[in-house]
Write a protein that binds this ligand. Structure first.
Ligand code: AMP
Length: 224
């Protein structure tokens, strides 16, 4: 049975961190549409040129382009045993397209990570990524430290300024929050409290994935 996982949640919920851990644990690729777009911007490709301004403004790149990017990625051989999707889908149109793409590919687990808004803003304004390899630095690492993975310089993401963060949160509420309703009645939809240490969140997620449980709810309520 392949492990097909969708990680859903507001910016700063820890989707990327958890997707990466999960992918490493189960030996399946992590597919992050934000990373794919940032790489394209970095490389100066056509897609990168189309996406750069939209991303810096905290808006969403068009559904058609995003759906094609993911369709192509999911057609590669390395997803035969599954995948962890981080940052896609982000709109109902994308979710409907993904349902079609995944039809007949086994069950899908949806992890909805919640974190209160003031914590999101705190996390994002202090987040640093590596200028060279794009890795997100562990929280608490000094901003002047080199990247733990490649030694590159740590910088703030272009869309992590406070005004753009507020914009991204509004876009999340308007465009992405409706996906909770889209997925919530699926047998493997889980809400996970992301307002705790990454290791703790990761072990709860592993327990949910391994348990074959059909429903679970965060132990702490509230939050985005
Ligand atoms: P992320 O790294 O997931 O926070 O994504 C960074 C930015 O890339 C977002 O704010 C959007 O501008 C763009 N982006 C990433 N994934 C998508 C998607 N599925 N649909 C539209 N835009 C996206």
């Amino acid at each position: 049975m392949p492990l097909n996982v969708i990680v859903l949640g507001p910016p700063g919920a820890g989707k990327g961190t958890q997707a990466e851990r999960l992918a490493a644990t189960f030996g399946v690729p992590k597919i992050s549409t934000g990373d794919i777009l940032r790489e394209a911007v970095h490389a100066g490709t056509d897609i990168g040129r189309q996406a750069a301004e939209i991303m810096s403004a905290g808006q969403l790149v068009g559904d058609e382009l995003m759906i094609e990017i993911v369709r192509e990625r999911l057609s590669r051989a390395d997803v035969a045993r599954g995948f962890v999707l981080d940052g896609f889908p982000r709109t109902v149109t994308q979710a409907v397209a993904l349902d079609e793409m995944l039809d007949g590919r086994g069950e899908v687990t949806v992890l909805h990570i919640t974190v209160p808004e003031d914590e999101i803003v705190r996390r994002l304004t202090t987040r640093r990524i590596c200028e060279a390899c794009g890795a997100t630095a562990d929280p608490g690492v000094a901003p002047v430290a080199p990247c733990a993975r490649c030694g590159g310089a740590l910088v703030q993401r272009r869309d992590d300024g406070e005004a753009v963060i507020r914009q991204r949160l509004q876009v999340f509420e308007r465009e992405t929050r409706p996906l909770v309703a889209h997925y919530r009645r699926r047998p493997r939809f889980f809400t996970v409290d992301g307002h705790t240490a990454p290791g703790e969140v990761a072990s709860r997620i592993r327990a949910l994935i391994g348990s074959g449980a059909s429903a679970a709810v965060a132990t702490r309520s509230g939050g985005a």
